[in-house]
Design a protein around this ligand. Sequence first.
Ligand code: HEM
Length: 484
Amino acid sequence: MSENDPIAADKRLTTAAGAPVPDNFNIETAGPRGPALLEDVWLIEKLAHFHREVIPERRMHAKGAGAFGTFTVTHDITRFTKASIFAEVGKKTEMFARFSSVAGERGAADAERDIRGFALKFYTDEGNWDLVGNNTPVFFFRDPLRFPDLNHAIKRDPRTGLRSAESNWDFWTMLPEALHQVTIVMSERGIPRSFRHMHGFGSHTYSFINAANERVWVKFTFKTQQGIANLSDEEAVQLVGLDRESNHRDLYTSIEKGEFPRWTMYVQVMTEAQAAEHPVNPFDLTKVWPHGEFPLIEVGVFELNRNPENVYADVEQASFAPSTIVPGISFSPDRMLQARLFAYNDAARYRLGVNHHQIPVNAPRCPAHSYHRDGLMRVDGNHGGTLAYVPNSRGEWEEQPAFANPPLPLSGAATHYDHRLDDDHYLQPGNLFRKMTPVQQQVLFENTARAMEGVSRAVKERHVSNCHRADPAYGEGVAKALEL
Ligand code: HEM
């Protein structure tokens, strides 16, 4: 462009290839009243790009908001883990968090009764660590085969295209192990006032490996420093009428105002010997580890202090995966976790492409070398001329045996074990119910009754019978609220 161009260099409109766009208001036509010309390449480019601006939304957790922040270690846990993020008190690690609702689509209202996603990505100096949790410590079931069905039951009915309380409750009540999670969702905590006012949980059991290569089992908890605050059904209905993005807006505006939300990180630790003897399967995602037996150990704090510059770039294109771990943190035999180790990167390959790990919000902040090459949208130079095969005689990208986890002893014949035959699905939801005040119990009954509006009598009775097994007063309270 000429030096004499009246438009400042950083204000000049160009095509994607950098050529000047002479006219962005009038397309090129054959004569003043004539048809468009195919040679108007700017028109073609603009429309073609527009047609491709939408990518698939996340199958669940589609509606969410995210922010960047910092994790700081406040307490030493190096006796449990060699993870470099926890190496010393005071150490800071950059991070990104995305909070979400689960059932609604990308345009859903925020103030819905639903669990909330609590996904964290820590850019540690030994690679990214993703902790992809929820605001509840348990889940609806403990076998991953149910996961697609859960989503089919809570999302839209295939015939009507409407959400169906009947399908939702039919599914939940057929799974007695879901009662724990259902009790939390129907409780006063079922609609958090904002993303800032809820706790977060890694939910699964993971493992820590220390410098001596010893393993313990671990669960993660994040307590909000803003305090818990919830919406009643009534408040939520009014709010949705005024603001469908209440949680997103709250997170964004509080960070813009400099009111940075913070959460304290805790872990619970169980030794392998304790796990072997514990009456409750420590890898069962429908159960908690009681704090009395496995106390919370304080670790650190994270603060969200920077809104994304561009929501599509950083939030929509973010992808989290429970399989993204670092030395010192690893998996457990939890069968739900095992399936999630496959699911997330597979979903990201579909939603964002095979090179989704290169998108800036997903890319590690430390060097990453692998033999993966090529693929759609490879934009990082593709490792240039470095060798793309192994073994090679130049010592390129050598495996690191020092980071191998200690062997995990396993036993038993391979088959489809049905844990639902001999499991106690009711003790923990009953304990949760008994911990509630009478006022909280009444809120639980009434929320349940409202959520079951329009549901058939048979399904309602099945739910009452499940609640009754957890605690007779739970069953009676729900039955009364349902006017059964
Ligand atoms: C999102 C699968 C259980 C938390 C997703 C996505 C998939 C998925 C495919 C969309 C990912 C994407 O498109 O980027 C599964 C499967 C599960 C399971 C197969 C069980 C077998 C859970 C559990 C939790 C959880 C137990 C929490 C403890 C999340 C969160 C997101 C998510 C927070 C949103 C992540 C984000 O903000 O991008 N899940 N999920 N999921 N899931 Fe799960």
